[in-house]
Design a protein around this ligand. Structure first.
Ligand SMILES: NC(=O)c1ccc[n+]([C@@H]2O[C@H](COP(=O)([O-])OP(=O)(O)OC[C@H]3O[C@@H](n4cnc5c(N)ncnc54)[C@H](O)[C@@H]3O)[C@@H](O)[C@H]2O)c1
Length: 395
């Protein structure tokens, strides 16, 4: 059975008979009386997994594996039913599944250990830090017949799902472009750059909205605060089917927290703002050319300013929906919406972005004359910089 989606509900894909059979051939240990889950890494995000899993139907018990023992014990005092183990290896005999919420560079090794023990695994984004690691995890999950899922949480966000529903229904007409902005002051991560930290969200949202993967990527990045660690990036993703260009602006160095996705279509436009009280707003706005207009100094265009609609979005917590989906996939033998293959595609895109960042921009032919812009600034104290000099500065 193929994916069924009803509104904001997550209805997982049922595996084909062959896939279920191959799962049964694997070494995954059958789950009885609910899923016992180990959460490895109980910091900022892992502790949220502990909270939502504690309330999730189908979960029979939670084991905490956290390098900082004091942190594990303090969490245990809040969630009394959980147990604490010193290492993943010590926890494995007592659990059916593992959620990994440690820093990205440790994901692949921990996930591989769990998969080799026949455990189902949910790994936080990014799944791994190279496509070779991601492919190995996917191969191991297939061999052992276990569920491998990645925490692309926004795919479980009811506002994103409603936006996708409207997009698929053709409400926006032809999509001109989609722009995603994920900015804040920090959080600087020690082991990956801003692209590997944040872009998995933007790429997964864009792929999910368009039901497609990009064919080409272009990217630019800069390291401002710490040498060698990119903290600002601009990414351009070109999709073929449908033919849409997506842009993502990512920053750990911005004064304001921003989490928006803007869809610009020929009929309507939309802004999904994850921080707003009304997270999705649909704008009946647009522009069209006007061939018959009388000659004018302005370009003949008709602007449409219609209603702005904020559809009701169920306030379900995306992480809770995501973790329930993981448990459902284990109990029902179904393929996750954000499974290993999906995650491998995102990792390959991140690697392509890295390669694109390494490329130099197009150089302008020779130095162009410094035009008179400097001599007469239009505002007192404002010196305009001609394009040719701006290009020199960038280099
Ligand atoms: N899906 C989302 O929206 C989202 C949001 C935030 C973070 N994340 C992801 O979650 C992961 C963790 O991020 P965070 O912000 O919680 O980091 P964090 O630093 O707050 O927490 C990581 C924890 O892992 C522990 N740890 C490290 N190695 C360990 C090991 N081998 N065994 C046991 N514990 C270990 C550390 O002691 C720490 O407490 C990252 O991959 C990040 O990208 C996802």
């Amino acid at each position: 059975m193929v994916a069924k989606k009803t509104g904001a509900q997550v209805m997982p894909q049922r595996l084909t008979t062959n896939a279920v059979a191959s799962r049964r051939r694997g070494s995954a240990v059958p789950v009885q009386n609910g899923v016992r889950v180990a959460v490895v890494g109980c910091g900022y995000w892992g502790s949220k997994h502990v909270r939502v899993l504690s309330a999730a139907p189908g979960v029979a018990g939670i084991t905490l594996v956290e390098a900082n023992r004091a942190l594990a014990l303090s969490l245990q005092s809040s969630f009394r039913a959980v147990t604490v183990c010193d290492s993943l290896e010590a926890a494995l005999p007592h659990v059916d599944a593992v959620v990994i919420a440690t820093p990205p560079r440790s994901h692949a090794e921990l996930a591989l250990t769990a998969l080799r023990a026949g455990k189902h695994v949910l790994v936080e984004k990014p799944l791994a830090t190279s496509s070779a690691e991601a492919a190995l995890l996917l191969q191991e999950a297939r061999r052992t017949g276990t569920v491998l899922m990645v925490g692309h949480t926004f795919q479980f966000n009811p506002a994103v799902r409603e936006l996708r529903r409207r997009l698929l229904a053709g409400d926006f007409g032809t999509i001109h472009y989609i722009h995603s902005a994920r900015l804040n002051l920090g959080l600087y991560r020690p082991d990956v750059n801003v692209v590997w930290d944040l872009a998995p969200h933007d790429i997964s949202i864009l792929n999910f909205l368009l039901g497609s993967a990009p064919r080409t990527v272009d990217a630019w990045s800069a390291s401002f605060a710490f040498g060698g660690v990119e903290d600002v990036a601009y990414i351009r993703l070109e999709y073929d089917n449908p033919k849409v260009v997506g842009y993502a602006h990512l920053s750990w160095l911005d004064p304001r927290k921003t989490r928006t996705v803007t869809v610009v279509g020929s009929k309507k436009m939309a802004v999904y703002d994850d921080l707003a009280e009304e997270p999705l707003r649909i704008f009946d706005r647009g522009v069209q050319g006007c061939e018959d207009a009388a000659p004018s100094h302005e370009r003949p265009a008709i602007y449409r300013y219609g209603d702005i609609v904020a559809p009701h979005i169920r306030p379900d917590e995306p992480l809770a929906l995501q973790d329930r989906h993981f448990v459902d996939c284990i109990l029902q033998g179904i393929e996750p919406e954000t499974g290993g293959e999906h995650a491998l595609g995102i990792i390959s895109t991140l690697e392509a972005i890295d390669r694109s960042i390494g490329r130099r921009g197009v150089e302008l032919p020779g130095l162009q004359p410094r035009v008179a812009l400097h001599t007469e600034p239009s505002l007192p104290g404002v010196a305009l910089v001609p394009t040719s000099i701006a290009a020199e500065i960038r280099q």
